[in-house]
Design a protein around this ligand. Structure first.
Ligand code: SAM
Length: 209
């Protein structure tokens, strides 16, 4: 297990992740606040009703419950994560009437094809050992017409980008170029593909045809 993965499984990180770790590191990496990211998530996933939503690698549920606040009736958000301490924190701090948490591996999702109306994965694909398999799994469990949104790392295609990629890989983090996710989405038949880059982070969303 690499350093990044060990860190994500540490109870101490789960304790400080939502209110200290994430707001600080994501602001430095992207210039955006958690509030900005939450508002964008609701908008890009087009949440406003009884959708079934998957929040992949949900951590302590810091987006999961917020997303569920924008649903009505039978709408429901499932948060999936690998880390037991993160899931314990999610159950303690971010439960709600339209939220549930599942332990699982992003690379082999325990859901049938087309289960969800919206699927997201924020701040995690750079930690997952096989991020392309995990992304294909997200697309598999997304229903036709459903929305997908990811937030992950970004590197420029220049010497600085290559140097930071090497430095990050030592701790187990992966930095992605501009093309990887839009291309994968297009090859998978997704439409309405949009990408935004903020400093070292990229935000990509699309619709399953
Ligand atoms: C940085 S947190 C992201 C939490 C939240 N989505 C956010 O944006 O703040 C990354 C999460 O990815 C989870 N994770 C890493 N590899 C995973 C895998 N293979 N399957 C499921 N979860 C994984 C970690 O346990 C951790 O909780």
């Amino acid at each position: 297990m690499n350093l990044a993965r060990k860190t994500m499984n540490a109870p101490a990180l789960a304790a400080v992740y939502e209110h200290a770790w994430r707001p600080t590191l994501f602001y430095l990496a992207s210039g955006r606040t958690t509030g900005d990211d939450r508002r964008d998530a609701v908008d890009t996933l087009r949440l406003d009703g009884e959708q079934k939503v998957l929040d992949l690698a949900c951590g302590p549920g810091n987006f999961t419950r917020h997303l569920s606040d924008h649903l009505t009736g039978d709408g429901y958000v499932t948060g999936l994560d690998y880390s037991e301490p993160m899931l314990a924190k999610a159950a303690a701090d971010n439960s709600g009437p339209r939220v549930g948490y599942v332990r699982g591996d992003a690379r082999t999702l325990p859901f049938a094809d087309g289960t969800f109306d919206a699927v997201c994965c924020f701040g995690a694909l750079y930690l997952i050992p096989d991020p392309i398999t995990a992304t294909r799994e997200m697309i598999r469990v997304l229903a036709p017409g459903g929305r997908i949104a990811i937030t992950t790392s970004y590197r420029d295609d220049n010497l600085f980008g290559r140097a930071t990629t090497l430095a990050a890989s030592i701790s187990g983090l992966r930095l992605f170029d501009r093309d990887t996710f839009p291309r994968l989405f297009a090859e998978s038949g997704l439409t309405e593909i949009h990408q935004r880059v903020h400093r070292f982070m990229q935000y990509v969303d699309a619709t399953k045809a």
